[in-house]
Design a protein around this ligand. Structure first.
Ligand code: FAD
Length: 141
């Protein structure tokens, strides 16, 4: 049973192109050994990652990723089960969209920023829903 997750996050502090490449290389090595595949893009201080493979392996690696101090404000966008791989040939294709060599992919920068901002907006709206319910239900008590 294959699982796929997608998340966005923000660099904790500025990361050099080399540091991003190092994360990609470390991911490729680990993922190949765990039958994981996916895509890691960085742009304007943000990460967008798709991680797919056996559910247990996805959960284990995602647990490490969440605890990684190199990024913060991590927001899980989607979790899918019983999926087929979208990126079967990529142990972790790592693309730094801020590198000039990826100029044809530049339009994706705006999309990743929009996903991150929409995610924050959704979080704020959910917070407002929960606070309002709590406040109003307390008034009824
Ligand atoms: P270790 O042996 O613990 O570390 C190997 C090297 O990585 C260290 O020498 C160090 O240079 C560097 N390193 C590890 N953790 C840190 C840290 N917190 N800060 C600075 N340097 C560090 N891992 C995967 O296995 N698969 C993934 O798909 C994956 N995606 C990631 C995506 C993002 C955006 C980030 C930030 C990290 C990702 N990682 C991924 C890395 C993951 O968070 C763990 O660091 C890694 O899995 C630990 O593997 P290890 O035990 O082999 O490394």
């Amino acid at each position: 049973m294959l699982k796929r997750i997608k998340y966005v996050s923000r660099f904790d502090k500025p990361l050099s192109a080399d540091a991003i490449e190092e994360i990609g290389a470390q991911s490729q090595k680990n993922n190949a050994a765990m039958d994981l595949t996916g895509l890691l893009m960085s742009s304007g201080g943000l990460f967008y990652q798709v991680l797919e493979g056996p559910a247990e392996a996805v959960d284990e690696v995602y647990g490490r990723i969440v605890a990684d101090g190199r990024h913060t404000d991590l927001l899980l966008i989607s979790t899918e089960n019983d999926v087929e791989r979208a990126f079967p040939d990529w142990s972790m294709q790592t693309i730094n969209l801020d590198a000039a060599s990826h100029v044809r992919l530049f339009p994706l920068k705006a999309l990743i920023k929009a996903v991150f901002e929409q995610g924050r907006l959704m979080e704020n709206m959910m917070w407002a829903i929960e606070r309002t319910v709590q406040h109003e239900m307390r008034r009824d008590d």
